[in-house]
Write a protein that binds this ligand. Structure first.
Ligand SMILES: [Zn+2]
Length: 295
């Protein structure tokens, strides 16, 4: 799979099979040499740079596993969605978008982002938005804004090649992430529906599967179903009033405590909060004195 080509596009599999803390990248070999999400493999990316010279890096969103090797290309132009440009310019904004500012995890994550994931403040050279068409020579890519996972999460459609880069809407059996302060469940659902309308034949995911050929409707429906299952389990647990800590300790999202515990607890809490907020908005759940209960 690694190195598989679709016309001028080359799939670069992330280390560890593209699993976190790595992701898959896509290289575009045109008059301008482009890497989408340089979070795959430091050595391979350096090799591409040595042989071809990277002119542009494009990030699908601000997450650390997608941007960790941006630092290898300080002279390349950086393209990101306009809603996320602030997190590339400022570490404070990045922590704010994650929802880490003022939490117990802020200090740890500040260190991790800078030292482990090589975060460097940097002003994007181009801020794209939904529907934009970018040209890198003969290759055209259409920006599909797919928010929910993060606020500016974007997918990339190459009409000529029939390739759709899905990013972190990755159809894994685990299900979607929407734990950041700027994440949103309904936007995630809307984005998946939007992607199903794109006439692509080949789908690239940032993790796990990597390349999916054919129809993804069933995969996408299963992926959406996970959101429903999480919410059903939460509703069952709310058979009597529960505090947020009690709910988080149920590990409804991750099924069991996982290591590193801090990281997964942050995700569990963030996603449960998103479900609770959504149920409160729908007037199915209410909250009083720190307890959540069914209406
Ligand atoms: Zn992500």
């Amino acid at each position: 799979m690694n190195g598989k080509k679709f016309g001028r596009l080359t799939f670069i599999q992330g280390r560890n099979g593209g699993r976190y803390p790595f992701c898959n990248s896509l290289f575009i070999d045109d008059r301008e040499k482009v890497v989408i999400d340089p979070g795959s493999d430091e050595k391979l990316l350096k090799k591409f740079d040595m042989e071809k010279g990277i002119d542009i890096i494009v990030n699908s969103h601000y997450h650390e596993d997608h941007t960790s090797f941006n630092y290898l290309f300080p002279k390349a132009k950086l393209y990101v969605h306009e809603d996320e440009a602030p997190c590339f310019k400022s570490l404070e904004k990045l922590l704010d978008f994650y929802g880490l500012l003022g939490t117990d995890l802020e200090h740890t994550w500040r260190g991790l982002l800078v030292n482990h994931f090589h975060y460097r403040e940097r002003t994007p050279d181009l801020e794209f938005r939904d529907g934009d068409l970018l040209n890198f020579g003969d290759t055209t890519v259409q920006i599909i804004h797919t928010p929910g996972h993060t606020i500016g999460h974007s997918s990339f459609f190459f009409p000529e090649e029939g390739v759709l880069f899905l990013g972190d809407l990755d159809m894994t059996a685990f299900g979607p992430w929407y734990a950041d302060r700027v994440s949103d469940i309904d936007q995630t659902i809307g984005s998946l529906r939007k992607l199903l309308k794109i006439p692509a034949r080949i789908f690239i995911t940032s993790h796990e599967a990597g390349i999916i050929e054919g129809d993804i409707t069933e995969l996408a429906e299963n992926y959406l179903e996970i959101i429903t299952r999480r919410e059903d389990t939460l509703l069952n647990f709310l058979e009597k009033p529960r505090t947020l800590s009690e709910i988080v300790n149920q590990w409804i999202i991750y099924k069991k405590p996982r290591e590193p515990r801090d990281f997964f607890e942050f995700g569990e809490r963030g996603m449960i909060k998103k479900h609770l907020d959504r149920l409160i908005k729908k007037e199915i759940v209410s909250t009083e004195e720190g307890s959540y209960y069914l209406l």
